[in-house]
Design a protein around this ligand. Sequence first.
Ligand SMILES: C[S@@+](CC[C@H](N)C(=O)[O-])C[C@H]1O[C@@H](n2cnc3c(N)ncnc32)[C@H](O)[C@@H]1O
Ligand code: SF4
Length: 466
Amino acid sequence: MSVLDQPLQWDEALIQRYNLNGPRYTSYPTAPQFQPGFDLQHWRQAFAIGNRQRKPLSLYVHIPFCSTICFYCGCNKIITANRKRTEPYLAALKKEITLQAAEVDRSRGVHQLHWGGGTPTYLDDGQMTDLMEHIRAEFPLRGGEHGDYSLEIHPQSVTPARLDHLRALGFNRLSFGVQDFDKDVQTAVNRFNNEAEVAELVAASRSLGFKSLNLDLIYGLPKQSSLSFAKTLEAVIRLQPDRLSLFNYAHMPHLFKAQRQIHASELPEPQEKLRILHNSIQQLQEAGYVYIGMDHFALSEDELTNAQRNGTLQRNFQGYATNGECDLLAFGVSSISALDGLFVQNHKDIEAYQQALEANHLAFDKGLCLTHDDLLRRQVINQLICHFELDFAEMESRCEVRFQDYFAAELAALQPLAKDGLLEIDEAGIRVSNIGRLLIRSICMVFDTYLKTNEQNTSLRYSRII
Ligand SMILES: C[S@@+](CC[C@H](N)C(=O)[O-])C[C@H]1O[C@@H](n2cnc3c(N)ncnc32)[C@H](O)[C@@H]1O
Ligand code: SF4
C-alpha cells in the first residue's frame, strides 16, 4: 500500500528533532531571493514563450482591504474603514489587467482564476461585477463550469444573497476563513465567526451549486487547547467541506506588527501545540479526510486527492493545486506572477503600485530569472512535496542530468534523515516514509541551495515546520 493511503504516523521524538524553521515552498526559489531592478524584457520573452506554446492561464487578483484586523494575520493586507480607498486601487488594477492582457494570445484559456487578499468581499457587489466584467473583456474566461474560479471569503463579509451574486459572476469555488470557533480564542485574536452563520453560508453555497468548499483553520492560536480545538473541528467536520487548510500559527511579531497584540503567554505551550496537531490529524482522518501534505486535507474523492494519486498535483502560491501546466499571471499590490522560468513581484506598497499604473507602467518591483540549477531543484522539491517519492530515471528523462551525480552532496546529506526513518534511498529513487510526510519541509530544505548561503536568516524569516 502506498504511504498516501495510510493514516499519518506520529513520532514525537523525531518531530521535535526535525521541527526547525523553514520555507513553505509555495515557490522555489522562495520570495526572499527575488531581486530588485527586474528587466521587463525577461518578462516579455517569457510571455512570448507561453503564447507560442498556447499555455493555459491561471489568474490571481489581490484585493488587499479588510475592515478589521485579525491579530494573528501574516497576509498582505490594508485595514481601513475608508471605502473610498478602493476606487484608485481598482482603477490601477483594471489598468494592470489591460496592460498584461495586451500581451496575451487570446486562444489561451483561463483554467483558473483566484481572488485573494486581504478580503476580496470587502468590495461591494457593484465593484465586484465591474471587476469581473473587466477581466472577462480582457481575458478569455472559460464558459460553464470548465474553469476553477474561486475566491477567499471572510464569513462576516457576506450573506447568502451576496453568495448568490458571486455565483452569478461565475465563481464556482469558495474558501472561507474560519480559523477557530472558540469564543475565548476569537476574543484573543479579534476575529469573530459565528458557527451558525458559517453553517448557513455553507448550506447556501451548496444549494447555489458551488462545486467545492474549502475552510481555513489555524492551530497554535492564543487560548487554544487540544480540547477546545477538538470542538472546533467537530463543528467543521459536520459542515463537510471538500478541503481543509490547517495552518500552523506563525508567531513572528518582528515581521507582522499586528501580532504584537497577541500575548505570548497566552499561546499554547509547544507540547500542547503538538497535541493539538496530533489530535486534529487523527480526528480528520477518522472523519474521512486525506492528508495531502503541508497544512492541507481533502475528502478522498476530491480533485486534489485524485491529482495526488495520479501524479499531477502541483504546489503554488495558494498551496496545492491541480493546474500546474498554467502560466500564473498575478494582478494587484504585492502579487507574484510565475511564467516560464521566471517570477516577478509587484510593489508591496500600495502607493508605489498605484503610482506606477497611473503612469501607465506595470508595477513590477522585484523578480528572478531561474537558472538551470533553480529549475532542476524546483522540480525536485515540487515532486517530493506533492508526491513524497522521486524516481531517478523519471527525473533524468525530464532534466538531462544524472541525478545521483548532480545531487551527490544532497543525497549524502539525506543519509542521516534516512537513518532516522524519514525516507529511503536506493538505486531507483527516494521514497519519503509515512512519518517523513509531516517533516517534508526538512527533506526539501536539503535541496534548497539558497539556505546554505543564508543560514543565519532562516529562523528570523521562516516559521517552524510544525
Ligand atoms: C488572506 S486570508 C483569507 C481570506 C480572508 N481575509 C479571511 O481572513 O477569511 C488567508 C488565510 O491565511 C491564514 N493565515 C493568516 N495569517 C496567518 C498566520 N500568521 N499563520 C498561519 N496562518 C495564517 C488564515 O487561515 C487565513 O484564512
Ligand atoms: S486574516 Fe483575513 S480578514 Fe483577517 S486581517 Fe488577515 S487578511 Fe484580513
